[in-house]
Design a protein around this ligand. Structure first.
Ligand SMILES: NC(=O)c1ccc[n+]([C@@H]2O[C@H](COP(=O)([O-])OP(=O)(O)OC[C@H]3O[C@@H](n4cnc5c(N)ncnc54)[C@H](O)[C@@H]3O)[C@@H](O)[C@H]2O)c1
Length: 354
């Protein structure tokens, strides 16, 4: 039986990858120590999600190991020797990183180095997929000319009109400490590919989401916005008049891309991944669409100070990844993504109300 090792297996992307590859007949080894609860508090715990996985997923073996522990990670790789590694464990928040720079860097950068070293020692031929981020570009996307329309900012420069591609510079910009720890990891993943001829890839995600996202104020804007709408809570729009644009991709569409890469891996590759223009939405537009779907009016206030380094208008140019993997396609559009989120949060609300 083919084996996949997934780090961050209780988180949004990790848990989706676990189920996706289990359905394909893989045996799955998960690593997650619920640091998410540590980072964001008990409302962000992945324990419930993890319990469901352990109960429902066939051939799933869990290791509550910390990726910062190089020795333990080496041991898991030595025992398991997976045919595919998908590295999703991270401190994922742009804003939280500034409050916990050491934990952020040790998890995102050192943790990734530990995994690469273990892979180099025991599974050098196995594809290694790293969930990177579009924050590697720092605030460089904000230097693109934009124009304002009624509900969103629009790109107004020919070179970038189809979105941000991999030629965007990662240099000379404000990244946030999260951006720096993830960029360090991204460069390490590329380097292990090129220097040691390993099949490694960085997937530089925009907004990766889905109904299993446990959005919180500091991470997962769409999920959190839907939650506040369903629970009748106020939402604070932060900066850019609420016209900032994000493209959203469902976690299952990320998983299917990982499978394409597994079947046809390349060395030291980098792809921007996201929902592209057709799955892009501004905060104001998202509020309108959620209200239509849920039937609930959203209450919100506005804080005029943008988050440091926050993107004004970002959507992904998917040309490169589509050229390399032409059979891969995005299956879930933005309306379907939000519809599923509304249902999920409604279920949780009814459960809470008992
Ligand atoms: N969700 C997004 O919008 C998005 C966007 C771009 C990039 N990414 C990247 O995708 C990856 C997955 O993101 P996600 O949204 O699923 O995040 P998540 O927070 O839902 O999942 C991350 C998981 O990693 C685990 N973890 C954290 N530190 C750990 C440690 N030291 N040892 C073991 N486990 C640890 C957490 O407990 C959590 O379950 C991350 O690398 C993130 O940076 C996510």
């Amino acid at each position: 039986m083919r084996k996949i090792l997934v780090t961050g297996s209780g988180g949004l992307i990790g848990s989706t990858v676990v189920r996706f590859f289990s359905d394909l007949g893989f045996s799955v080894i998960g690593i997650d120590n619920n640091m998410r609860q540590n980072f964001f508090g008990s409302e962000a715990s992945i324990q419930e999600n993890l319990n469901c996985i352990i109960k429902e997923v066939k051939n799933y073996d869990h290791h509550a190991v910390d990726i910062r522990n190089a020795e333990e990670i080496l041991k898991v790789f030595k025992d398991v020797r997976p045919e595919l590694v998908v590295h999703c464990a991270a401190q994922p928040s742009h804003d939280l990183a500034a409050k916990i720079p050491l934990d952020d860097f040790h998890t995102n950068a050192n943790g990734t180095l530990n995994l690469l070293e273990a892979a180099r020692n025991y599974t050098k031929e196995s594809p290694f997929v790293f969930l990177s981020t579009n924050k590697v570009y720092g605030d460089n996307p904000n230097k693109i000319l934009i124009k304002e329309s009624k509900t969103r900012w629009q790109i107004n420069e020919k070179k970038w009109k189809h979105g941000i591609d991999e030629t965007m510079s990662i240099d000379h910009c404000v990244h946030s400490l999260f951006g720096v720890s993830k960029t360090s990891a991204d460069l390490l993943v590329q380097e292990y590919g090129r220097y040691f001829s390993m099949p490694t890839v960085c997937l530089r995600g925009g907004c990766l989401t889905g109904e299993n996202h446990m959005g919180i104020g500091l991470h997962g804007f769409l999920s959190f916005l839907v939650k506040t709408n369903v629970f009748g809570l106020p939402y604070t729009i932060i900066g850019y008049k609420g016209k900032q644009v994000r493209d959203n991709i469902h976690a299952t569409d990320v998983s299917s891309l990982i499978y394409e890469y597994y079947k046809s891996p390349r060395v030291g590759e980098v792809y921007n991944i996201g929902g592209g223009y057709s799955n892009s939405i501004s905060v104001l537009e998202a509020i309108g669409l959620i209200e239509n779907i849920s039937g609930n009016k959203q209450s919100y206030d506005y804080d005029n100070t943008p988050r440091v380094g926050d993107h004004i208008c970002y959507y992904t140019n998917l040309s490169k990844v589509k050229k390399h993997y032409p059979t891969w396609n995005i299956k879930k559009n933005i309306t379907q993504i939000i519809e599923a989120m509304v249902l999920k949060w409604e279920e949780k609300l009814h459960y809470t109300e008992g």
